[in-house]
Design a protein around this ligand. Structure first.
Ligand code: SF4
Length: 213
């Protein structure tokens, strides 16, 4: 069974890598977490200033910890014990870092990235600003089309991230998006990156394992 899942992950993962390439992104397939970590570290030059976007996937492959261990200037708005102002400053500085590291809420079989953001710094960085953007995305984020990707975010990623962040938005109780009006809503900006933005350098590592939500 495990071999069959591995085969399927590789088959669709490599299909998405090819589709991303057609959309002018640079992309590569990593068989598992360790492979993904090695490829991500190779894609991020030592000594780069690094902005971190909210992403469970980058944490799950060990990238956040490895980057912090490697040292250098890291702008992490989610670092413990930051004041609101300090966290905001990290988000701003991350936008013009040498490299911005994040995940994607979904990626379509034809190579489009779908993201919903609450603050906006993550999707802003994906559009323009940092010298390079490195995205870690597990095979569980692959969807047939944009419609399914948006639905996936509303039925899974949104509620799960609310639960993870311990927010009191209604989806954290129901498990489904209630299209809330809460000031703490995390779904304020939706972006569909059809193709690589003209002035950006975006590198995507598609990992043959489920990562994040
Ligand atoms: S819009 Fe509100 S209820 Fe829906 S997923 Fe986002 S935070 Fe949750």
């Amino acid at each position: 069974m495990e071999q069959v899942i591995k085969w399927h992950s590789e088959a669709i993962g490599k299909k998405v890598v090819a589709a991303l390439g057609k959309n002018h992104f640079s992309a590569e397939y990593a068989a598992g977490k360790a492979d993904a970590l090695a490829r991500a570290l190779a894609a991020i030059p030592a000594g780069s200033s690094i902005g971190l976007g909210g992403s469970v996937s980058k944490d799950e492959i060990g990238l956040t910890a490895a980057l912090k261990e490697r040292g250098g200037q890291i702008f992490d708005p989610h670092a413990p014990n930051l004041t609101r102002e300090e966290s905001l400053a990290m988000r701003r500085r991350g936008l013009i870092a040498d490299v911005f590291v994040t995940g994607s809420n979904a990626v379509t079989l034809d190579g489009q990235l779908i993201n919903i953001d609450g603050t906006g710094n993550r999707v802003a960085a994906l559009a323009f600003g940092p010298g390079k953007v490195v995205i870690i995305v597990g095979v569980n984020k692959i969807v047939p089309d944009v419609h399914t990707g948006l639905k996936r975010i509303k039925t899974l990623a949104g509620p799960a991230n609310n639960k993870r962040l311990k927010l009191s938005n209604p989806c954290a109780a129901t498990g489904l998006c209630m299209d809330c009006d809460s000031p703490a809503r995390i779904c304020n900006i939706t972006t569909i990156t059809h193709k690589r933005p003209r002035q950006s350098d975006v590198h995507i590592i598609v990992v043959g394992e489920p990562l994040g939500y």
